[in-house]
Ligand binder design. Structure first.
Ligand SMILES: [Fe+2]
Ligand SMILES: [Fe+2]
Length: 294
């Protein structure tokens, strides 16, 4: 077991707590970025992936708690679990609204549930090496995914173009409250991985799996929404649309996403080098959902 844990300064140390939030979806249109179904749906994919994905984080982390030999890290992981459970619930709560607007996500979410619960679930492994190997593999996968949730959180906190285009304020607040907590807890998954395992080959291998799976699931999700949107007779999603929106600042830019890859794979990587805790905390202090609800 490795105890390497990159140092953080005291000022960066933040007590993680789950904020209770509430959203009223009544007024949110299907194309919540006005006139731009592709951008709306590409971001809507989060509501398909995160409920099952973040429930899975919580499930895996509960199993890893006994392996943690550092009280501060254990506290961070418990705070992280609370935040992710709330995120999962908040995104899940958007789905009935999408159904009401004529877009039933069940065919897609059923597959995502299978992926996280069965393929990435506990499997029937005997106690011992194999079970531990599979737990560490999943801890490393979560660290890689959290590199991207922090990237996206930082992106959405700064995506002013969405405001300029009149994006729905409730949806923006959901994304920014979640994004801000992702930035706030961005170091936890990586520090946990470094504490219980930290193997470089495992980091690279699980990054490759996580990155490919995210790209695959995301493009399928965007395509699913575009093809099943009742207001779009010939709805399609393409990589070109994605790259184009990235250039205009309504989706993350492809070059920025590519540049984030070598950062995660660099041996000197630490998530504190990404995003701004001060910005995240400032947003959380003013978020309508985190301060009494919409
Ligand atoms: Fe989250
Ligand atoms: Fe997270």
């Amino acid at each position: 077991m490795s105890n390497r844990r990159p140092a953080r300064t005291a000022s960066e140390r933040i007590e993680l707590k789950a904020r209770k939030v509430s959203f009223d979806w009544e007024e949110t249109p299907l194309h919540w970025v006005p006139g731009d179904p592709f951008t709306s749906h590409t971001i809507n994919v989060l509501h398909l992936l995160l409920p099952a994905g973040e429930r899975w984080f919580v499930h895996v982390y509960r199993q890893v708690l006994p392996y943690i030999r550092d009280d501060r890290l254990r506290e961070d992981v418990i705070g992280f679990i609370g935040q992710e459970a709330m995120h999962s619930q908040a995104h899940d709560d958007v789905l009935p609204h999408l159904r009401k607007l004529g877009l039933d996500p069940t065919p897609y979410t059923a597959q995502v549930d299978w992926l996280f619960e069965k393929l990435l679930g506990d499997r029937t492994l005997p106690p011992g090496r194999a079970r531990r190997w599979w737990l560490m593999e999943r801890v490393a996968l979560i660290a890689a995914i959290e590199h991207y949730t922090a990237f996206l959180g930082d992106w959405v906190l700064n995506a002013e173009e969405l405001d300029r285009r009149g994006a729905d304020p409730v949806m923006l607040d959901l994304l920014r409250w979640h994004g801000a907590e992702e930035v706030e807890h961005r170091a936890v998954a990586f520090e946990l991985f470094m504490h219980v395992d930290g193997g470089y080959r495992r980091r690279v291998r699980t990054w490759a799996t996580a990155f490919s799976a995210l790209v695959f699931l995301w493009q399928r999700g965007a395509r699913f929404f575009m093809e099943n949107d009742p207001t779009l007779p010939n709805g399609k999603a393409s990589v070109r649309d994605f790259v184009h929106r990235g250039r205009h600042g309504v989706l993350p830019s492809t070059p920025d996403m590519l540049r984030s890859v070598p950062r995660y794979l660099s041996r000197g990587y630490h998530p504190s080098q990404e995003g701004s805790t001060a910005q995240a905390v400032a947003y959380l202090a003013s978020s309508p959902a985190a301060n009494g609800g919409h």
